[in-house]
Write a protein that binds this ligand. Structure first.
Ligand SMILES: *[C@@H]1O[C@H](CO)[C@@H](O)[C@H](O)[C@H]1NC(C)=O
Ligand SMILES: *[C@@H]1O[C@H](CO)[C@@H](O)[C@H](O)[C@H]1NC(C)=O
Ligand SMILES: *[C@@H]1O[C@H](CO)[C@@H](O)[C@H](O)[C@H]1NC(C)=O
Ligand SMILES: *[C@@H]1O[C@H](CO)[C@@H](O)[C@H](O)[C@H]1NC(C)=O
Ligand SMILES: *[C@@H]1O[C@H](CO)[C@@H](O)[C@H](O)[C@H]1NC(C)=O
Ligand SMILES: *[C@@H]1O[C@H](CO)[C@@H](O)[C@H](O)[C@H]1NC(C)=O
Ligand SMILES: *[C@@H]1O[C@H](CO)[C@@H](O)[C@H](O)[C@H]1NC(C)=O
Length: 751
């Protein structure tokens, strides 16, 4: 899960570890008697629930020797949207099972990270926007997250009628959760390993704050006067304030979110009848859709008409750092809005500098004495630890009543400084300037250049002093892609552009849990009904909200049609400002109002995705059997609303033909003509050169032939081109980015 923590190197490390551990996948070092949980996937939606559990026990008995052992070993049976189970197995047993008839895939259960609201006005969806109230109140959004805070005003059911008749879910009373209302109509939790999490509560209640935040961004009521201690003041509201919320808690405060719980949540959400699923959780991060619980769950959701929107990941700006990239998932990166939070610091010599971060504390004095952590080590410590103000490293005799200057090594040192009696912290480190940390005591974060100024000043006088002011909003030009937002290309499919889109994910104000202080740090006494968070986790529910908004007008549109509408109407972004261009922002920034009137959509059904998978070499995988699937045409074998051509040769031109079919969802009689944008060295031709529609829902096919000269030894990762279909009066513009991707420039090791 992630609120993003700015520690690029740390998240890179986790990313690499994920890679390392996943490549151990089913590599057996002999049976050491230790059993881990594995997920065993056995195929499509079963006929009858009881019979299906029997087949699970039968197949497992053959490996374990008896049905008693099998029954004991099964942790959970998946019976609704697909057949499978989670069981405690040794690696040897898992290997045996994977060879059994009827078993399609066996993969280990792993844990994933979690990856206001002025944002809707910023995106052009004001409170007065066109709405279909009746349609909206029958929309049910499902979130797979950390739970929800039922007492929040954002989820009050004042003015709401009964849940829509299609709702089949349930809700009970749980610890610290008094039950649902007509706004939160479903709330469940999944903790199939049964091990209690001492930092969490076995209940759908949210003790982390993440799920409350994403839910309110997606579908929270409008709440006037929301702010974080006066910061980001305004009306907090979701994209679809009249929609209903179903929460599926799978992420736990200390361990994160496991595959088996994620799959169980998808299974339940599909069964319950949600319309859209929003999941702000890190995916697999390695290129195989078959062992990715979010991709598998989302595939089943897609089959019953439910779109899954997922966060791209917070491992940017590294290239190829995406975590959720299956083509049936809507992958959302994070952009910045026109506001950042900065704090002014004034030094005793009058010099004024500036740091980032959310500091809700106003100074009580004009200046405080200032000391460097280096100069304040506790007896038993040396200045190496105190330089970073590590826990317990500071001498209270020295720092009491003072501001302390520290170099950044870990987050949370504002709490250690406070514990030692310090007044506040000036942290120096290499951080992206677009992402604010919340502090539990007066603090701000400066870069090393400014840090040097502070440290020079400290050494220049016998009585250094300074003051940190409460953070202020500063205006910046927007949109831009967040530095932390994971970048493409997708390592899973060379010809699918990911991420799909970006939405605001920096300094987002939304509802928060009353069960945790703002930072969760020891000694933090700040509690707030609303909090500010950053991450692709925050971007995801924005796009899920726009998808729900569109669905409230067009309930019969397929997941791919809704996604296409949002992608082809996105606001283009500037490649000069965002280095990795489409690999950073996909089609651009979501534009809700335009997305409601796309003109044309690129539709894809379950069979279309299966054709794509068979084309990509997924024979008889968890997604289906390829034996009766007609081969698909075109480089990417998918009617995707964007196009990506991977260069094949560093000497000769690469030619690729994309086959596409668009459906007219605008006026019946419409004529569209194409406009191509391409840099020198790329030729793009479209056939036919006009699409003449005479009715709604009519489909027309066309082909796009891209011929790209090699980039040679150039390091360029990609070239940006585009295709626009414009209706004759220019009312509808349907834009598809076309990316020419140079895999030679990817230095990372690909399998
Ligand atoms: C949760 O509920 C229990 C009683 O059911 C109560 O003792 C406890 O304080 C509650 N926890 C929180 C964090 O509110
Ligand atoms: C993906 O992983 C599965 C095992 O879960 C393996 O059987 C399959 O061959 C892999 N597919 C691809 C395309 O690498
Ligand atoms: C450091 O921060 C200052 C003040 O915000 C800014 O002017 C400067 O460009 C930054 N330097 C670097 C190297 O980022
Ligand atoms: C300031 O003085 C400390 C010793 O008190 C030293 O470690 C540090 O390098 C000095 N800083 C600068 C910028 O000269
Ligand atoms: C796929 O279908 C073919 C033909 O219907 C069948 O022989 C084969 O067993 C199926 N494979 C799987 C994994 O279901
Ligand atoms: C380039 O194309 C020529 C013929 O068109 C072919 O002989 C040659 O092998 C190709 N080179 C590469 C590197 O693909
Ligand atoms: C579409 O209509 C335009 C304008 O009426 C016409 O010029 C063109 O030939 C038509 N194209 C097709 C494929 O029918």
């Amino acid at each position: 899960m992630s609120m993003h923590k700015s520690m690029q190197h740390l998240s890179c490390l986790i990313f690499l570890l994920l890679f390392a551990s996943t490549s151990l996948h089913l590599v057996v070092n002999g049976d050491d008697g230790n059993k881990d949980i594995y997920i065993v996937y056995m195929g499509d939606r079963p006929v009858s629930e009881e019979a299906i559990v029997d087949t699970h026990i039968n197949v497992l008995s053959e490996v374990l020797g008896s049905s008693d052992e099998a029954t004991d070993s099964i942790v959970h049976s998946y019976t609704y949207s697909f057949s499978g189970f989670a069981a405690k197995l040794s690696t040897e047993e898992a290997k045996k099972l994977s060879r059994m008839e009827g078993v399609i895939s066996v993969f280990p259960n792993r844990y994933h990270k979690l990856h206001t609201t002025k944002t809707w006005d910023f995106l052009g969806l004001p409170r007065t926007a066109e709405r279909n109230m009746k349609g909206e109140s029958s929309i049910i959004v499902g979130l797979i997250d950390t739970g929800i805070s039922p007492g929040s005003e954002s989820f009050s059911d004042k003015g709401f009628g009964h849940p829509p008749a299609k709702w089949k879910g349930s809700c009970k009373k749980y610890a610290n959760f008094t039950g649902c209302n007509n706004k939160i109509i479903g709330a469940r939790y999944f903790k199939l390993d049964g091990e209690p999490d001492p930092a969490d509560i076995l209940s759908p209640v949210d003790v982390v704050g993440h799920g409350t935040h994403t839910s309110s961004t997606l579908a929270g009521n409008a709440v006037a006067g929301a702010s974080l201690y006066g910061l980001a003041k305004g009306t907090a509201r979701g994209a679809v304030p009249s929609a209903r919320i179903a929460m599926y808690k799978v992420c736990w405060a200390s361990r994160g979110c496991s595959d088996m719980d994620i799959l169980a949540a998808f299974d339940a959400a599909i069964k319950d009848g949600v319309d859209i699923i929003s999941i702000s959780i890190g995916g697999q991060g390695y290129p195989n859709y078959s062992a990715d619980s979010i991709a598998i769950g989302a595939f089943h959701a897609m089959k019953v008409g439910v779109l899954t929107v997922a966060s791209a990941g917070n491992d940017g700006p590294s290239i190829a750092s995406l975590e959720n990239f299956a083509p049936w998932i809507f992958t959302v990166g994070a952009s910045g809005i026109d506001r950042l939070f900065r704090s002014k610091v004034v030094l005793g010599n009058g010099r004024q500098v500036s740091g980032i971060g959310i500091n809700s504390f106003a100074p009580k004095k004009r200046l405080y004495p200032l000391v460097s952590g280096v100069d304040a080590p506790k007896d038993s410590y040396n200045s190496v630890a105190s330089r970073y103000c590590a826990e317990n490293s500071l001498d209270p005799e020295i720092v009491r009543g003072k501001l302390v200057y520290c170099e950044l090594q870990e987050w949370g040192v504002d709490s250690f400084v406070k514990e030692a009696g310090g007044i506040g912290t000036i942290l120096a480190g290499e951080v992206a300037s677009d992402d604010a940390q919340i502090f539990m005591a007066p603090a701000t974060m400066v870069n090393y250049t400014v840090g040097q100024v502070v440290s020079d000043y400290i050494n220049s006088t016998r009585t250094p002093s300074a003051v940190i002011y409460k953070s202020e909003e500063v205006h910046v030009s927007a949109p831009f892609v967040a530095s932390f937002s994971s970048r493409g290309p997708s390592l899973a499919s060379n010809n699918i552009l990911k991420p799909d889109i970006v939405a605001p994910g920096i300094d987002i104000l939304a509802a928060y849990t009353p069960l945790k202080s703002l930072t969760g740090l020891k000694g933090d006494t700040q509690y707030s009904k609303f909090s500010i968070m950053s991450g692709t986790s925050m971007a995801c529910p924005h796009v899920a909200g726009v998808a729900a908004y569109i669905k409230s007008f067009y309930p019969s549109w397929s997941p791919a049609a809704i996604k296409s509408a949002i992608i082809t109407t996105a606001t283009p972004m500037n490649p000069k400002r965002n280095n990795d261009a489409e690999f950073a922002y996909g089609a651009g920034q979501v534009n809700p109002k335009r997305a409601l009137h796309p003109g044309l959509v690129y539709d894809i059904d379950a069979q279309g995705y299966l054709q794509f998978l068979c084309h990509e070499g997924y024979k008889n995988s968890v997604f289906g059997n390829c034996s009766r699937v007609a081969p698909a045409k075109g480089v990417d074998a998918l009617n995707y609303p964007t196009m990506q051509l991977s260069l094949k040769s560093s000497r000769n031109a690469t030619i690729g033909v994309f086959r596409r079919r668009v459906t007219n969802v605008g006026p019946p009689n419409s004529i569209y003509t194409p406009t191509i944008k391409a840099p020198p060295g790329v030729q793009i031709t479209v056939k036919p050169t006009s699409l003449n529609f005479t009715r709604i829902n009519q489909m027309k096919s066309f082909s796009v032939t891209v011929k790209a000269n090699p980039l040679g030894d150039q390091q360029d990762l990609l070239m940006s081109c585009s295709l626009e279909w414009r209706s004759s009066a220019g009312k509808y513009i349907v834009t598809s980015p076309i990316v020419i991707y140079n895999p030679n420039s990817l230095s990372i090791n690909r399998q």
